[in-house]
Design a protein around this ligand. Structure first.
Ligand SMILES: Cc1ncc(COP(=O)(O)O)c(C=O)c1O
Length: 469
């Protein structure tokens, strides 16, 4: 398009982008006050968004209007300070603005020499991350869609390495006829570890007993390791941050025990690895840096927009051996390596750029305040609940997660539903250690003391009351 055709440029880009900015800022201005839950179901939203595809073109600005009209009533206010569902962070302003530029620049961030600007931002972010999380500075970092794919990337590297040690080239020869890989994981590992193992053809992990907070038991791990034949390839999956309790596996002893058997140790720390960035919480991560690989998310605790996970692997050759590919038409970088050798995808958006922006805007102290603030919010919520009759706090609140139970499973489910229907807050219904639970995850940077107090009130308001006489 000729650059002097300002009318066309305005109509094509400026008008729809300004509409998008207006709608985005309206959303952000009101998100703390609106109902947290969506107002319509997907089927209702589809009535506005679906139907026959229009026969011809629609101007971009009109498309944006139709999109907002159709989608907004069905939005969950995940950016609200009173959204405590699953483990989902909000979006820091710098990360959000950077994400818009990522879409505008539209770089395919797979090759270092082809898109050097965004790859450099990702490399800078990776170095900051390893430093903040207390992990080896020489580890490789892949920016994946989330922790599920980060677990996959790390475990692909693990599979490569443990089989290579016994003389088997899994990338060339596959798994048919390969020596058996023994995989152990704590009984309360996250389901995404199971998925990653499934994608890798490794089957289900052998499950190792966990304690009452969901931490893997070192004695049970020792026993499980003792049952594996000498010199067999072994992968041990540990966890930093249990979904229900927030608890961390005891890394020092378990990693040492696994390494004595030559195992590769992987840590799923989707939201927990961030404890290392907070001086008062870093003890939870003690010993974790001795593992071989670590998965985490930026879209949870760091509060970058969806989506971004991080696969971090100490042995660079193992990660690249598992995920790298060489094709005649690709550019290759012999230095820090190409991003496509570190993630399952070849083509991808530069999702590490919002990570760079988040870290650059917070600085070291800001990250510590953010993560420490989330944990303090969870403690305050649990403290608020402890004084209320009929409410039981089930976990030792050491990080960002709180699990509550009420008189019986049915009451817990009923009360959770009432809270969520009220629109004041959103909390997760779940099942833990054989009981229905209400689970709160404080993961949003904007949650403040008032949000926590209102969330406590929302639970109190939802409690079963004896009928008035
Ligand atoms: C401990 C843990 N691991 C992995 C995941 C999966 O993360 P994602 O949904 O970003 O793939 C989660 C998600 O909540 C999690 O809590």
């Amino acid at each position: 398009m000729p650059t002097d055709d300002q009318g066309t440029f305005h109509q094509q880009y400026v008008t729809p982008l300004r509409r998008a900015v207006d709608h985005a800022t309206d959303w952000l201005r009101t998100v703390q006050d609106r109902s947290v839950r969506p107002e319509v179901t997907a089927a209702q939203a589809l009535e506005l968004l679906g139907g026959p595809l229009p026969g011809g073109p629609t101007p971009a600005a009109d498309v944006i209007e139709a999109l907002v009209t159709g989608v907004e009533p069905g939005l969950m206010a995940i950016g609200s300070g009173r959204f405590f569902g699953w483990v989902m962070g909000g979006t820091l302003p710098a990360a959000l603005a950077a994400d818009w530029l990522v879409s505008t620049w539209d770089q395919n961030a797979g090759m270092r020499q082809a898109t050097p600007g965004v790859v450099a931002a990702e490399e800078a972010a990776a170095a900051w991350l390893l430093d903040l999380l207390g992990l080896p500075a020489t580890a490789d970092v892949g920016f994946t869609t989330g922790a599920t794919m980060a677990n996959f990337g790390c475990l692909a590297a693990a599979r490569h390495a443990v089989l290579e040690r016994v003389g088997w080239d899994v990338e060339r020869d596959g798994l048919t006829g390969a020596p058996r890989v023994y995989v152990l994981a704590g009984a309360e590992r996250h389901g995404s570890v199971d998925l990653a193992l499934r994608y890798l053809g490794l089957g289900a992990a052998g499950l190792v007993d966990a304690d009452d907070q969901g931490r893997i038991r070192p004695d049970a791990l020792d026993a499980a390791l003792a049952g594996i034949p000498q010199d067999a390839p072994i992968i041990v999956c540990l966890q930093a941050g249990n979904l229900h309790s927030g608890a961390f596996d005891p890394f020092r002893e378990t990693i040492a025990a696994a390494h004595r058997r030559g195992a590769w140790v992987h840590v799923d720390g989707a939201f927990g690895l961030w404890a290392a960035a907070v001086p008062s919480l870093a003890h939870l991560m003690a010993g974790c840096s001795a593992a071989d690989s670590w998965a985490t998310d930026a879209h949870k605790t760091l509060n970058t927009p969806y989506d971004c996970g991080l696969a971090m692997v100490a042995d660079r050759a193992a990660l690249r051996g598992a995920l790298g590919v060489h094709a005649s038409y690709l550019l290759h970088d012999d230095g820090p390596g190409d991003p496509y050798e570190k993630t399952p995808e070849m083509s991808r958006r530069a999702r590490g750029v919002p990570v760079w922006a988040a870290l650059r805007s917070l600085g070291r102290a800001g990250v510590a305040d953010l993560v420490g603030g989330l944990a303090a919010g969870a403690t305050a919520f649990a403290d608020g609940m402890r004084g209320v009759a009929g409410v039981e706090v089930l976990n030792d609140v050491c990080y960002t997660q709180v699990c509550l139970a009420f008189a019986d499973d049915e009451s817990t489910r009923r009360i959770t539903d009432r809270i969520n229907i009220s629109g004041v807050s959103w909390m997760s219904a779940s099942q833990w250690r054989g009981r229905a639970v209400l689970r709160v995850s404080v993961s949003n940077w904007s949650t403040d003391a008032d949000d926590v107090a209102r969330a406590v009130d929302a639970v109190v308001d939802a409690l079963d009351r004896a009928p008035a006489v």
